[in-house]
Ligand binder design. Structure first.
Ligand code: AMP
Ligand code: ZN
Length: 145
């Protein structure tokens, strides 16, 4: 169900009503930098349409999200010098979902981080830093195509 755009932060970002550092957009999904990154380069893949979680997503939407996440992971490996990339999706509040618009976390893993799936944020990143990372990843995505 589509809520009023004003009540969902990710719908507001998609509508251009809130700032975001975009890496990628297509007809079905988009990727932008997480404002409270767990590690440097942490990004979110978000469907354009308002669906609450993966259980509500159509196969087409789910596939679109995972394709973008895979491209992003390859771009991160090349452009950020990370050791690897973790995917995380909470799907429901008991698992830690806070923003109730589906999103797949794509989290670079650096040597020494260990292999924990999710840790706390390192704090809010500046828009300038997020923009710089988004541009770097966006260029790496273009280069791979
Ligand atoms: P979750 O806890 O899985 O619902 O994740 C929500 C994520 O959205 C968190 O990692 C937040 O840091 C991130 N987030 C919330 N608001 C924004 C925003 N305006 N721009 C970018 N990321 C956001
Ligand atoms: Zn929404």
């Amino acid at each position: 169900m589509q809520p009023p755009v004003s009540s969902c932060v990710f719908c507001r970002i998609m509508a251009g009503l809130e700032p975001a550092s975009f890496v990628y957009t297509d007809e079905l999904a988009a990727a932008f930098m997480d404002i409270n990154p767990v590690t440097r380069g942490h990004a979110l893949v978000v469907p354009r349409a308002h669906v609450v979680d993966i259980y509500e997503a159509s196969d087409e939407l789910a596939a679109a999200m995972f394709v973008v996440a895979a491209r992003l992971a390859r771009a991160m490996k090349g452009a950020l010098g990370c050791d690897g990339v973790n995917f995380w999706m909470a799907n429901e509040p008991p698992a830690g979902q806070v923003v109730m618009h589906a999103h797949l976390h794509v989290i670079p893993r650096y040597v020494g981080d260990g292999f924990g799936l999710r840790r706390g944020s390192t704090g809010r990143a500046s828009r300038a830093e997020l923009d710089e990372l988004a541009q770097r990843l966006s260029r790496a995505l273009e280069a791979k195509r």
